[in-house]
Ligand binder design. Structure first.
Ligand SMILES: C[S@@+](CC[C@H](N)C(=O)[O-])C[C@H]1O[C@@H](n2cnc3c(N)ncnc32)[C@H](O)[C@@H]1O
Length: 283
């Protein structure tokens, strides 16, 4: 069944009120997204977004086709109101349409529904389900390329913020003993399923109460604020000589994230489309 989608851009502080207004006008579902380019914020699983953290948000309402559009326009007079049609979609399965096979040095990442005919690389099969980590995002790609360049056989690897488990599984396929950690139970479920699909054994666990130590390699693709908040835990996970890769960091956040990791001797950062991977060795 097709729907009418109405979106209104408002200051973050008015996001909730705009959502309530859309609901009052008959929206069957309301969501919000960043209306600018300020990827500085990630809600805890199950938590509602703190809309005021964004300068501007877009409140989006889904309406049945017989909605009274004039009423919506007049409720949001003076604001930019976007209206379009959307079909019924398999939202969770949609990634498949855009998924492609990608190569990262000695690793090939292939969506579970595509066949890899011939390759001399290790193949990682992936279905991200509802979790982040298809291998398409620049931060995941930076991490995979970095991991593919590390000696991992027999090493202990910590993937902190595992999402779909893509990084921990890549490490395990290269012979590492990998631990995948996330604070989102859905991500942990998806990681377990993907590990099974790739025939690798991972330690999969929640973040609460986790005090990692003795890892040879740590990789964390989470946002800058979380990397700073978790800096002590992630540095403590490594002995001297241990290697770390941190991403989810924007150009302008490199300095503040680096400063939170005084125990790490960083090497030249790697970058892709505005995202940066910081990497180095524990002193
Ligand atoms: C950007 S995704 C990265 C997923 C995957 N590792 C990748 O590289 O594609 C970040 C993941 O970190 C998790 N995360 C965010 N903050 C966290 C925290 N404080 N502790 C543990 N996990 C966290 C999120 O639930 C999400 O699954």
């Amino acid at each position: 069944m097709p729907w009418i989608r109405v979106s209104v851009a408002v200051p973050g502080s008015e996001g909730e009120a705009a959502g309530a207004c859309l609901e009052g006008l008959g929206a069957v579902a309301v969501t919000w997204c960043d209306a600018g380019h300020t990827p500085l914020f990630e809600p805890l699983p199950g938590a509602l977004p703190d809309l005021a953290a964004w300068p501007e948000v877009r409140a989006v309402g889904l309406f049945s086709l017989d909605v009274e559009l004039a009423g919506i326009r007049s409720a949001f007079r003076g604001r930019e109101v976007g209206i379009d049609f959307v079909g019924d979609e398999d939202w969770r399965g949609n990634w498949r349409r855009h998924a492609e096979i990608r190569r990262f040095g000695r690793l090939t990442v292939a969506p579970s529904h595509l066949e890899v005919i011939a390759t001399d690389t290790t193949v990682l099969r992936l279905d991200p389900g509802g979790a982040f980590g298809t291998g398409a995002h620049p931060t995941t790609r930076l991490c995979l390329a970095w991991l593919a360049g590390q000696p991992l056989a027999g090493r202990r690897v910590l993937d902190y913020g595992c999402g779909s488990g893509i990084l921990a599984i890549a490490a395990a396929l290269f012979g590492a003993r990998a631990t995948a950690v996330d604070h989102d139970p859905q991500a942990l479920d998806v990681t377990r399923r993907n590990a099974l699909g790739n025939g690798v054994a991972l330690e999969v666990r929640g973040a609460e109460g986790f005090a990692p130590s003795g890892y040879d390699v740590v990789v964390a693709n989470i946002l800058a604020g979380t990397l700073v908040a978790e800096a002590e835990r992630l540095q403590e996970a490594l002995p001297a000589g241990g290697r770390i890769a941190l991403t989810g960091v924007l150009d302008e956040q490199v300095e503040s994230v680096g400063a939170a990791y005084p125990a790490i001797a960083f090497e030249a950062p790697r970058a892709m489309t505005g995202w940066v991977l910081l990497h180095g060795e524990r002193r």
